[in-house]
Design a protein around this ligand. Sequence first.
Ligand SMILES: [Fe+2]
Length: 267
Amino acid sequence: MQQNLSACGVEPKLVDHLTDLHPLLDRDGAVIISGPECGDEATRALARQIFADQTLAVPDAARVFEGGEYDHARAQVTNHIATPAHTDGFAYGDLYPDYMLLSCVRECANGGESVLIDGYQVRQHLLDHPEFSWAGHALSEVVIDQTEAQMQTALSPIVMDNGRGRRMVRKTLEQRPCADSRDPERDALMIALWRDTIDQAYMEAPRFKLRAGQTLVVDNYRMLHGRDPYDDLQRMLWRVWVWTTGALGVPELPLASDTRHASVRTN
Ligand SMILES: [Fe+2]
């Protein structure tokens, strides 16, 4: 990839009032709000305030705390490795949450910067590419296997439509050609181009640090998120997933803001 990918990285704007939030969320795909309390229930309440009568589900918050709150084996924590850009909640298959909130209780002094990649721009980059335009088109046409191990089945294109004009993109850890693909090599190349373009955009993207007392609101249908490594194991955030009337649908499963209920074994 020779072309400039700088348009794919997004540094969200900071607002102090809810009334300023939606225009920026719609424009940039993400925004940071400062002011509301950053507890678990407070973050759920904030989500209901933001999405108001469009809110369909706001499950219990999940603690984002590397190493585990009660984990004594902290030698095995993964905070020293960057988390590559991804979509949240893909364990729920095609019915992944359309929005996500991350509220920061405690930031870390060194590292832990967040990165946001605009999936719509990544697709556009491929569509505009002289050599890989076919892949940009194939993203919305070719059904692949996006099922996470033991989780809800997802046989669908990487780029989808919610049926009411809202575009959904997805970057999971295990995207692969379907077992019955007519051209698995071509599908694998499309997936590799999607992944590699995102990873390259990640390298070039601006970094920003979520500070204690700030909440990041992310359009999870559009944006891919990741974070850099860090070294303070007390770093702690609350994550809240949100399903709104703009979502493809709400899973008919117990919901949480992590994957604990998304396993096929709980069905
Ligand atoms: Fe995530």
